[in-house]
Design a protein around this ligand. Structure first.
Ligand SMILES: Cc1cc2nc3c(=O)[nH]c(=O)nc-3n(C[C@H](O)[C@H](O)[C@H](O)COP(=O)(O)OP(=O)(O)OC[C@H]3O[C@@H](n4cnc5c(N)ncnc54)[C@H](O)[C@@H]3O)c2cc1C
Ligand code: SF4
Length: 517
């Protein structure tokens, strides 16, 4: 691994080592660009991963204080990771592409009250080759001739019920999980603890793919347990470096040629807002007043049903499966946009707390006692951008480093309320078709997809970044994570984040060669 001096301004500083930051770092390092990656969380190894959701939640999740308002949990509005690898440690590996019409949301959906829809500043023609590169990098099962993963019992229940009620587009999903030995990593052994981190490394995570590959180039230095609190700029408004607290809690300043922020959409917005100055009083790259706005999540709601025979839904790849039929845009259903249906398991202790809020007594415990008969579905749908759903800085409360904590505000758009009701009906219908005797709804999970808070836009006033993720205001300041999403679409976001990071690395390299940054 390379080592760069704090005063060395030749390196690009990447903030965060997750899907966006880890990928961008490796792509730049492979192209000969020097990179310092500052990551707030610790560096684990595969040996640190145990098959226990509770233990790994505490080890990997972002547990620094946040405040949720609107309909969010007040203390834990969103679930992401603070560890090398970012949320690619907790994630499930689902890797669908966005649909072409979703990239043109404003054109497709027209003027919708209380939304701030725009079209993405790039279309499928520009994106599709980068999707193919991302799928190849991540070894996505079911793409480029790679076999699909096998279906576990929970998937088989979903697939059979879905087909029975008329759905057709059903398979074990494009998954960034090895279906065969690949990239010096084993194939999935169906252990069933994917969101605890995958102890054998079959699931793609930047921790053991992008990060070590970047290190092997000699152009890359990772500094773990290094929390960036401010980005600095010069009198001309170009960024010059960052302040961060190192492993020992000492405040350091790292100089930079350019800065790429990939802290996951809440932390990215928080950092840009916290880097306000006399020149940029509203925060960096915020002349449009769009930093932190248009926060989108994809709703996630679940149906858990008691089935007539054992399912053992905890066994096998946790979320390998999808029903795509409802992802279409079809106003005859009473809402615009679409949603996917996916298999999902939960551990018993989670179900005891969430399967029936406020539930108590014989009926609930009788269902829990039949844990082996439970089947689960998660429905995930397009979330419209709303300027009022946003990240701001708490004016009073600071974290352990003295940085204002983020306030995350989110409320459903009426369209989402309609889509959720439809999704719950369809989820229950799938299980009923196979004789479910009881179905429970889980409707208040924390957000796991954080998007849109520094979005790409054609017009400067509509967003924060251009189609390369370069901020409209500062040409050597980039955003490199899910914050970039102009709209959410209905697809899980990580494949798109990785595709955009690969594309951004090509742009940054060419800007360096042209002497622009
Ligand atoms: C349980 C779960 C399941 C999921 N399943 C899927 C799935 O199947 N498919 C899918 O597409 N997506 C899934 N996701 C979402 C996916 O993990 C994220 O979309 C993706 O990882 C986001 O990438 P990112 O680069 O924006 O942020 P992250 O991957 O979260 O990386 C951000 C990194 O930045 C670091 N950081 C933040 N602020 C700072 C700072 N100030 N200084 C230094 N470092 C900082 C963080 O510690 C973190 O490591 C899931 C998420 C969860 C929680
Ligand atoms: S089921 Fe597969 S991807 Fe999930 S933890 Fe096990 S080996 Fe890893």
């Amino acid at each position: 691994m390379a080592h760069f001096d704090l005063t060395d301004s030749s390196a690009v500083v990447v903030i965060g080592s997750g899907a966006g930051g880890g990928t961008l770092s490796n792509e730049l390092a492979q192209k000969g660009v020097k990179v310092v990656c500052l990551e707030a969380g610790p560096r684990l190894s595969l040996a640190d991963i145990v098959n226990n959701e509770g233990t790994m939640f505490k080890k990997m999740s972002w547990l620094d204080p946040r405040k949720g308002t609107g309909q969010l949990h007040p203390q834990f509005p969103s679930w992401s990771c603070k560890t090398v690898g970012g949320t690619t440690m907790h994630w499930e590996g689902q890797c669908p592409r966005l649909q072409e019409h979703e990239l043109m949301a404003q054109t497709t959906y027209g003027e919708v009250a209380d939304t701030s829809f725009i079209d993405w500043p790039l279309g499928m023609q520009e994106l599709s080759s980068f999707y193919a590169k991302a799928e190849d990098k991540m070894g996505v099962a079911g793409t480029n001739g790679r076999p699909f993963l096998p279906g576990n019992n929970n998937y088989k229940v979903m697939a059979a019920g879905a087909r029975k009620i008329g759905y057709q587009d059903v398979d074990t999903q494009h998954m960034a999980i090895n279906s065969t030995v690949r990239d010096n990593r084993p194939s999935c052994q169906q252990i069933g603890f994917c969101n605890s981190g995958c102890a054998i490394g079959a699931k793609w995570s930047t921790l053991y793919t992008e990060v070590p590959k970047a290190e092997a180039t000699g152009n890359f230095e990772l500094r773990a347990e290094s929390m960036v609190v401010r980005i600095h700029h010069d009198a001309h408004g170009r960024v010059t470096g960052v302040d961060y607290y190192d492993k020992g809690g000492v405040l350091r300043h790292q100089k930079a040629r350019a800065v790429c922020v990939a802290g996951n959409a809440i932390e990215t917005a928080r950092l840009l807002l916290n880097s306000h100055s006399d020149l940029f009083p509203g925060g960096l790259a915020n002349s449009s007043n769009q930093v932190g706005r248009n926060y989108m999540t994809h709703f996630t709601i679940c149906v858990i049903s008691l089935m007539p025979k054992p399912v053992n839904f905890h066994r096998g790849t946790q979320m390998a499966g999808v029903v795509r039929d409802e992802m279409r845009h079809d106003l005859s259903r009473g809402f615009w946009g679409g949603y996917s249906i996916n298999p999902v398991p939960f551990p018993p202790e989670f179900l005891a707390a969430h399967m029936q809020h406020g539930g108590w007594g014989e009926e609930l415990t009788a269902s829990l006692q039949q844990y082996d008969h439970l089947a689960g579905l998660m429905m995930m749908g397009e979330d419209p951008p709303q300027a009022t759903n946003r990240i701001t800085l708490d004016p009073e409360v600071t974290d352990q480093r003295g940085m204002p904590i983020p306030v995350v505000h989110y409320s459903d758009h009426p369209n989402t309320t309609k889509m959720k009701a439809h999704a719950l009906r369809q989820g229950k219908a799938i299980h009923s078709a196979l004789g479910a005797t009881k179905s429970y709804e889980i409707t208040s999970l924390p957000a796991t997809h954080n998007l849109g808070t520094a979005r790409m836009s054609e017009r400067v006033n509509d967003g924060v970044c251009n189609k390369w993720g370069q901020t409209h205001d500062i040409k050597n300041l980039f955003v490199s994570d899910g914050s970039l999403f102009s709209t959410s679409g209905s697809a899980n976001p990580t494949l798109t984040i990785v595709a955009l990071a690969i594309r951004q690395a090509e742009f940054i390299k060419s800007e360096i060669e042209k002497g622009n940054i």
